[in-house]
Design a protein around this ligand. Structure first.
Ligand code: FES
Length: 113
């Protein structure tokens, strides 16, 4: 299994309790920072076409969609409140030399179909 770690941002780019939209290969990702921890999910809400990076971290670990206020668990991608029913994808994150890397399987940044 290939491990494709893609550099997504620098450490200070994501505000504490905040989000940042980044592109990793062909994926649009929402990065989150909660204290010293970073997380990554798909950016698009599973309910509609809203961008979760424009939402709000309402409690530690929950992102609220800006469009209809459904929410997801940032760590697991589980849909937590209506109208969201379908989970979103989560991606592994690691920090190296002050950079945030996201693992996007099967993609290497040079999009191939
Ligand atoms: Fe996200 Fe409707 S688009 S809750």
């Amino acid at each position: 299994m290939t491990e494709n770690w893609i550099e997504a941002a620098a450490d200070g780019d994501v505000p504490d309790q905040g989000t940042l939209q980044v592109r990793c290969g062909s994926e649009i990702i929402c990065l989150y920072r909660i204290g010293a921890n970073h997380f990554a999910t798909q950016d698009e809400c599973s309910h509609g076409s809203a961008s979760l990076s424009e939402g709000f971290i309402v409690e530690d670990g929950l992102i609220e969609c800006p469009l209809h206020q459904g929410s997801f668990d940032i760590k697991t991608g589980k849909a937590v409140s209506a109208p969201c029913k379908d989970d979103i994808r989560v991606f592994p994150v690691k920090m190296e030399n002050g950079k945030i890397f996201v693992q996007v399987n099967g993609q290497d940044g040079n999009s191939s179909k």
